[in-house]
Design a protein around this ligand. Structure first.
Ligand code: UD1
Ligand code: MG
Length: 457
């Protein structure tokens, strides 16, 4: 953490090359939008009140992301270039002093350690600006680093403006800069638009500061992978793959067992306890927290949910915004959603759907059921084919089932309905009235048997 550093995240551009109606920085890789990646990296370096996002295209949506992360944003109404983007924050930024870091909002893979190394280099060399560079096998599209005979950085030349000789330079500008804030604001208005794009290039600050007699230095990173900017959907997919690989690796190093890690998709914010086993083709999304010693079966999808220790999720289960306590068993082919809460040791089997339902400790619903808007006690047995009829065409109603109740197979429970503790529902019943404690309810027509009927038909 660098207390006198301010960071500006450039996130106002449309990202034409994405060919999308959505602003570039809102696209997601590794489970987070590009701008969220930039913000969380920035927060490792600068205090939260010194992190700023420049918004422009879809300013409201991008600003909302900044807001949710607790950082401020300012608007660049017209996208006149990366230099202009920083200038739009002059009134808020120029008085801050200290260090001014500027980072592209479209580089989600950069590690905080790299930005810290940039600041360290800046501080050690006494230069007025430092930037991150790297050699690329194919530098097409990037700004090139032009160095003098003694190796000093002289300028950044944008690809469009570069001569053939300059285009042959493999060393590129990665889009991360650290400036002396005072020198930056003193000279930033010297940026001109005399380039093929007619834009205010932030990269011109290098020549401007050198002209003013200052030194500019570059941190040349050996690993170019983390510096890749995202400009189209091919690069987005590649970043997503790398970020997920990184996440799986981090989890494995913390003791999570992942089978065929290249097939699983785990979002950045997910937390998983030690000795949990993740089978192939699992997806775990959002702010999901999974305990220790769990088993997550192949092809299951878990989104924004909490899973207690030693839970077993069998293959092909889909769980979203729900809570499973310790030792719960779910699936295969179960769907648990919208605030469902399965208490300890409860079991939910194949083709069972729970929506907004409390399912008590030790209760079981092993096959083919829909339990919606229900409060189900402990040690309840729900037979195959049970349906809670929670919707009357206008409103949703609740079904309450007491402890130790037994619901026979193929029961239709018409809500609002209360089935008290220890009650039995006969198989095949349609239950429309409340059932008191300890009683048996039958809601079906009596069977008729016509003996000797078959030969006469
Ligand atoms: C930029 C650099 C280039 C570098 C490359 C690294 C400039 C002039 N060029 O080029 O030297 O090699 O990044 O990835 O800076 N943005 C704004 N307002 C604008 C224009 C852009 O906020 O008016 C934002 C974009 O949303 C994006 C970032 O700045 O997040 C970079 O813009 P982009 O158009 O991707 O620049 P590059 O052409 O990649
Ligand atoms: Mg870019």
């Amino acid at each position: 953490m660098v207390n006198d550093a301010a960071i500006v995240i450039l996130a106002a551009g449309q990202g034409t090359r994405m060919k999308s109606k959505m602003a570039k920085v809102l696209h997601r890789a590794g489970g987070k939008s590009l701008v969220e990646h930039a913000i969380s990296t920035a927060l490792h370096i600068a205090p939260v009140e010194r992190v700023f996002v420049v918004v422009g295209h879809q300013a409201e949506a991008v600003g909302a992301v900044a807001n949710a992360a607790g950082v401020r944003s300012f608007e660049q109404r017209q996208q006149l270039g990366t230099g202009h983007a920083v200038m739009c924050g002059e009134s808020e930024l120029a008085g801050l002093g200290g260090l001014l870091l500027v980072v592209n909002g479209d580089c989600p893979m950069v590690r905080p350690e790299t930005l810290q190394a940039l600041v360290d280099l800046y501080q050690q060399t006494g230069a007025k600006a430092a930037l991150v560079s790297t050699d690329l096998a194919d530098p097409t599209g990037y700004g090139r680093i032009v160095r003098g005979e003694n190796g000093d950085v002289l300028a950044i030349v944008e690809h469009k403006a570069a001569t053939d000789a300059q285009r042959a330079i493999p060393e590129i500008n990665a889009g991360f800069y650290c400036f002396d804030a005072e020198a930056f604001w003193k000279h930033v208005h010297e940026i001109r638009t005399d380039n093929p794009a007619g834009e205010y290039y932030l990269t011109d600050m290098v020549e401007i500061l050198i002209r003013a007699g200052h030194r500019v230095t570059a941190l040349k990173a050996a690993d170019s992978g983390e510096l890749q900017g995202i400009n189209n959907k091919v690069e987005l997919a590649e970043a997503d793959r790398i970020l997920r690989e990184r996440k799986a690796r981090d989890l494995m190093l913390e003791g999570v067992t992942i089978l065929r890690p290249e097939t699983v998709n785990i979002d950045a914010q997910v937390v998983i306890g030690q000795d949990t086993v993740i089978e192939p083709f699992v997806q775990i999304k959002g702010h999901t927290v999974i305990g220790e010693g769990c088993h997550i079966g192949s092809s299951s999808i878990i989104d924004s949910s909490q899973i207690g220790d030693h839970a077993q999720i069998h293959p092909f289960s889909v769980i979203s915004t729900s809570k499973l306590d310790a030792h719960v068993h779910v699936g295969p082919f179960a769907r648990i959603r919208m605030g469902a809460h399965l208490h300890e040791n409860s079991h939910v089997g194949n083709f069972v759907e729970l929506k907004n339902t409390e399912f008590g400790a030790g209760s079981k619903s092993m096959h083919l059921a829909y339990l919606g808007d229900s409060t189900i006690g402990s040690k309840v047995n729900v037979g195959a084919g049970t349906i809670t009829c929670n919707y009357d065409g206008k409103k949703k109603h609740r079904t309450r089932i007491g402890n130790h109740a037994f619901v026979g197979s193929n029961s239709t429970l018409v809500a609002p309905l209360t089935i008290a503790d220890e009650a039995y529902i006969a198989a095949g019943s349609t239950i429309t009235y409340n059932v008191p404690e300890n009683s048996l309810a039958l809601g079906r027509s009596r069977q008729v048997v016509k003996e000797g009927w078959t030969p006469k038909r």
